[in-house]
Design a protein. Structure first.
Length: 355
C-alpha cells in the first residue's frame, strides 16, 4: 500500500485546549493533546481512517480486550527543533515492533502507510502541543485492541488501532534505586515478554509496588525459570558498564527489543566501546558491585530515555554506584541522543522522521 491511496477523514476540535497548557509544568502521561487517530479492522481490511477530537471511547461490556487481553501498544516521542519542525525518533522501529507484538497476540498487522500517514497527519494537526524545551517531548502512544463483542476463547475478528499524544517532562527526575527481584517474574520463556502487550505491565505492578514500599523506584527482573539471570529493569532495558565493557542482556522471547536499547548500542560501538549482549547472571553483577567494578548502570527506554542507577539492592544489602559525572558514559549517551532528537547534529543514521 502507498500513502497516495489513503484518505483520512479529519474532524477538528471546536475549541483547542492548548491555551490551558502550562509548558513549564508537564506531568508525565496526564495531559492529552486535542486529537486522536483511529482505524478499524473488519473483514480482513483496515478502514474508517479518521482523526477526531480526543474523547472517551464507548464499547460493550463484552469487549474481548477486557476479558482476554488482546491489547498491544508502543511508546514513541516527538521533539521540536529550533526551526519549529517536529522530529519523530525512529518511528519505523516502533511500527515494526508493533507488528511483531500483533503477530504474537494473534492480531492483524498495521500497514506502514496507515501507521506513518496517520502519525504525520496527527502530529501536523497538533503541532503546537510539542514542547520546544530541553528535557520535554511529545509522547506518542499507538495502540491496538480487540473489539469483538463476544465471550469465548478465540482471537477477535475486529480491532481498533489508535494514536494519541501527550506533552511530557522527565519520567525520572533523579537517579533510580533498583532492587533485584528473585521471586516474582515479568515474563517466562515462551511467553509474551518480547511483545509490548498490556498484560505484561499489569503483572509487573504488584512486585514493583512492594519494592517501592521498601524505598526502591523499580525492580530488576530476573528470568522466570531460575531467577539466575538479569533481564530488564522496571519498564526499561538495563545496561552495566563493568571494567569499561558495556554489558546488557541479549534479547529473547522474555525481553523487549527496545528501540532506545538499539540506539545506545549503536552509539557505543561507533565510539569503540566494547559491547557484550549476552546472558548476565545475578551473581556476576553482585560480585562486581562488591568489588566496585560496576562503573555505571543505567536503564534505557522511550519514556525514561537514559535513567542512571544510583543504588542496587539484593537480599537486604544496598550497593551504591559511583555518582554520574559530566564525562560518564551515561551522560555522554544522553547528550548524544538528545543532540540527534533535537536536531543539533546531522541525522547521519536516518533515525529522524521530520514533520
Amino acid at each position: 500500500m502507498t500513502t497516495d491511496t489513503l484518505t483520512i477523514d479529519i474532524r477538528k476540535t471546536a475549541e483547542s485546549r492548548l491555551p490551558q497548557l502550562d509548558m513549564n509544568n508537564l506531568p508525565f502521561g496526564k495531559v492529552f493533546s486535542d486529537h486522536m487517530f483511529s482505524a478499524d479492522y473488519e473483514s480482513g481490511q483496515w478502514k474508517n481512517l479518521q482523526i477526531v477530537p480526543y474523547a472517551p471511547l464507548t464499547f460493550s461490556p463484552s469487549n474481548m480486550a477486557i476479558h482476554y487481553g488482546q491489547s498491544i501498544f508502543e511508546g514513541m516521542k516527538a521533539y521540536k527543533n529550533f526551526k519549529n519542525d517536529i522530529l519523530v525518533f525512529r518511528a519505523e522501529q516502533n511500527w515494526e515492533r508493533l507488528n511483531k507484538s500483533a503477530h504474537r497476540m494473534c492480531m492483524p498487522a498495521i500497514p506502514e502507510d496507515i501507521f506513518m500517514e496517520g502519525l504525520r497527519e496527527l502530529l501536523s494537526l497538533d503541532r503546537g502541543w510539542t514542547p520546544a524545551k530541553d528535557g520535554c517531548a511529545l509522547y506518542i502512544r499507538p495502540f491496538m485492541f480487540a473489539t469483538d463483542e463476544f465471550i469465548g476463547m478465540r482471537p477477535s475478528e475486529t480491532y481498533k488501532f489508535m494514536i494519541f499524544t501527550c506533552p511530557v517532562g522527565k519520567y525520572y527526575s533523579e537517579p533510580v534505586k533498583l532492587k533485584i527481584e528473585t521471586h516474582f517474574s515479568r515474563a517466562a520463556q515462551g511467553g509474551t515478554g518480547s511483545a509490548k502487550c498490556a498484560g505484561n505491565y499489569a503483572a509487573s505492578m504488584y512486585p514493583a509496588k512492594m519494592a517501592q514500599l521498601e524505598g526502591y523506584n523499580q525492580v530488576i527482573w530476573t528470568d522466570g525459570s531460575e531467577h539466575k539471570y538479569v533481564e530488564e529493569a522496571g519498564t526499561m532495558n538495563l545496561m552495566f558498564l563493568i571494567n569499561n565493557v558495556l554489558i546488557t542482556a541479549a534479547t529473547s522471547d522474555s525481553i523487549l527489543d527496545g528501540v532506545t536499547r538499539k540506539s545506545v548500542l549503536t552509539l557505543a560501538k561507533e565510539w569503540n566501546i566494547k559491547v557484550e549482549e549476552r546472558k548476565v547472571t545475578v551473581t556476576e553483577i553482585v560480585e562486581a558491585l562488591k568489588k566496585g567494578e560496576v562503573q555505571e548502570a543505567f536503564g534505557v527506554g522511550t519514556a525514561a530515555t537514559v535513567a542512571p542507577v544510583s543504588n542496587i539492592g539484593f537480599e537486604g544489602t544496598d550497593y551504591k554506584l559511583p555518582e554520574i559525572k559530566s564525562d560518564s558514559l551515561t551522560n555522554r549517551i544522553l547528550i548524544a541522543l538528545d543532540d540527534i532528537k533535537y536536531d543539533r547534529v546531522p541525522d547521519t543514521r536516518n533515525w529522524i522522521t521530520r514533520i
